[in-house]
Every structure is written in structure tokens, then in C-alpha cells.
Unconditional design. Structure first.
Ligand SMILES: NC(=O)c1ccc[n+]([C@@H]2O[C@H](COP(=O)([O-])OP(=O)(O)OC[C@H]3O[C@@H](n4cnc5c(N)ncnc54)[C@H](OP(=O)(O)O)[C@@H]3O)[C@@H](O)[C@H]2O)c1
Length: 235
């Protein structure tokens, strides 16, 4: 039986990462990473039923030693840097913990995880690093000082890395979702108008399936109809 390629997905315990893992399960074996073991095992059961061999890894990706220990030996063809956190509130109300958590997960963990698996891709002369950024990577909005700042960082990071490694045969690309109905938003948020995690997973599927010679660097996915019409009225 031909061996399947392997995809490593961070933040796979719920939301967008879970949907990406399930989408890729029909074609890839999976390494799924998050802190919540129970949810990873539930995902693993479902992904196994779709044909994947699944390795769940319980890991806080903000911890460089843990990432080294858990991910250094992982050979993967696709890395999906998806894990992220958002606390949207006025700058002066952000606690130091909230600030550091966003920078640690959205920025520093990108370094730890990408650093663990990129050398293998470069050595093999193929691979694809897909990072879930956001439309916030090029927009700004009130209450987004830290979150938006981290996503602007992600955009700069991805574009530099893409230029740096494409000669070695490794693709680097970004998916930029608008609003997606997940637990990233506080309980009680009206998510009825948002796109779904599965919509974002389809964009990842499309990136993964691009022909070897083609690098589709950046894709934006957003609801066709926004929350408010242009005249300001609600939908
Ligand atoms: N929802 C949106 O509207 C939206 C829009 C644009 C971009 N995005 C981006 O999409 C990505 C996924 O967000 P989501 O909406 O799916 O959020 P979510 O439902 O809250 O899921 C976040 C995921 O990140 C994981 N995670 C958080 N901290 C972690 C850590 N320290 N170590 C390992 N895993 C960690 C969580 O797992 P554990 O808690 O189990 O560790 C969870 O699986 C983020 O990068 C986000 O910025 C979301």
C-alpha cells in the first residue's frame, strides 16, 4: 500500500484546526496537537474512521522545551500552524497575562513549531507550511491592539519565510479567514452570519492540492454577506 503523506495540525482540539484535520484525514496521516487530550482523542477516533493514522500530541506549544521534546522527531509533509487565541478589549483593559498569552501562542509558538519541522522539509526538498492568519493581518479595528498586532506579525513572518525557502522546494502560504463561528468568540456572541470552520478547511484543502510547481501564497475567505449592510442596518 502506498504511504500517505503526513500533516501536522496545531490547535486541532476544536474549531478551525479540528475541521482542517478532519478534511485532511481522507488523504493524509495526521499529527494533531493541542493541550486538551480528551478532545484530541475524540478527533483521532473520527479521523481514523476517515482513513488516517492519527498521532495525538498533548502539548502547550508556547513551551519551547515541550515542543522540542514532542515535535522534533516528527517528519511531516504539511504543517498547519493554526493554534491561536484572541482577547478583544481596549488596550488599557488588557491584562499582562492576556497580552503575553496572545503573543506567546500567536507569535512565539510559530517559531517553536515551524523551527521543529522545517529542517526536515528543507532537507527533503518538499513540504508545505500553511499558517492560519486572519483578515486582521492587514486590517485594524478598535479593541484589537494586541490580536491584530500578532496577525500583522504573522503576515510579515510568512512572507519572509516564503521568499527564503521556496528555492528549496518548500511552500509557505497563508489562509486569512474573516469571521468564523468558533469558540474564539466569547459565549453568547451571534455567530449565525459567520463562515464555518469547514469553510476554512476547504481553503486549506485547496492549498494542499495545488500542483507542485504552483505556489498560491495567500488566500482570504470571508462571509459573502457581512454582519451589517453598507447602510449600517443589521442583516
Ligand atoms: N474564529 C475566527 O473568526 C478566526 C478568524 C480569523 C482567524 N482565526 C484564527 O484561526 C485560528 C484558530 O482559531 P479558532 O477560531 O479555531 O479558535 P478556537 O476554537 O478557540 O481554537 C483554538 C485552538 O488553539 C489551541 N491552542 C490555544 N492555545 C494553545 C497552546 N498554548 N498550545 C497548543 N494549542 C493551543 C486550542 O487547543 P487547546 O485549548 O486544547 O490547547 C484550540 O484547539 C487562530 O489562529 C485564529 O487566530 C480565527
Amino acid at each position: 500500500m502506498p504511504t500517505r503523506p503526513t500533516a501536522l495540525v496545531t490547535g486541532a482540539s476544536r474549531g478551525i484546526g479540528r475541521a482542517i484535520a478532519l478534511e485532511l484525514a481522507s488523504t493524509h496521516d495526521l499529527v494533531v496537537v493541542a493541550r486538551t487530550a480528551r478532545d484530541l482523542w475524540t478527533l483521532a477516533d473520527e479521523a481514523t474512521r476517515r482513513g488516517a493514522q492519527v498521532t495525538p500530541i498533548e502539548c502547550d506549544i508556547t513551551d519551547p522545551a515541550a515542543v522540542d521534546r514532542e515535535l522534533d522527531a516528527v517528519d511531516c509533509d504539511v504543517l498547519v500552524n493554526n493554534a491561536g487565541v484572541a482577547v478583544l478589549k481596549p488596550f488599557l483593559q488588557l491584562t499582562p497575562d492576556e497580552w503575553h498569552r496572545m503573543v506567546d501562542v500567536n507569535v512565539n509558538a510559530l517559531y517553536h513549531v515551524t523551527r521543529a519541522v522545517l529542517p526536515g522539509m528543507v532537507e527533503r526538498g518538499r513540504g508545505h507550511v500553511i499558517t492560519i492568519s486572519s483578515t486582521a493581518a492587514r486590517n485594524t479595528f478598535v479593541n484589537g491592539s494586541c490580536y491584530v498586532g500578532t496577525k500583522h506579525f504573522v503576515r510579515g513572518f510568512c512572507e519572509c519565510l516564503m521568499l527564503e525557502v521556496r528555492d528549496s522546494g518548500v511552500k509557505v502560504s497563508m489562509i486569512n479567514p474573516g469571521s468564523v463561528a468558533t469558540e474564539l468568540f466569547p459565549a453568547g456572541t451571534d455567530t449565525s452570519w459567520m463562515i464555518t470552520p469547514e469553510d476554512v478547511a476547504l481553503a486549506v484543502r485547496h492549498q494542499v492540492d495545488t500542483p507542485p510547481h504552483l505556489l498560491q501564497y495567500s488566500v482570504e475567505v470571508r462571509p459573502l454577506t457581512p454582519k451589517r449592510r453598507r447602510d449600517g442596518s443589521a442583516r
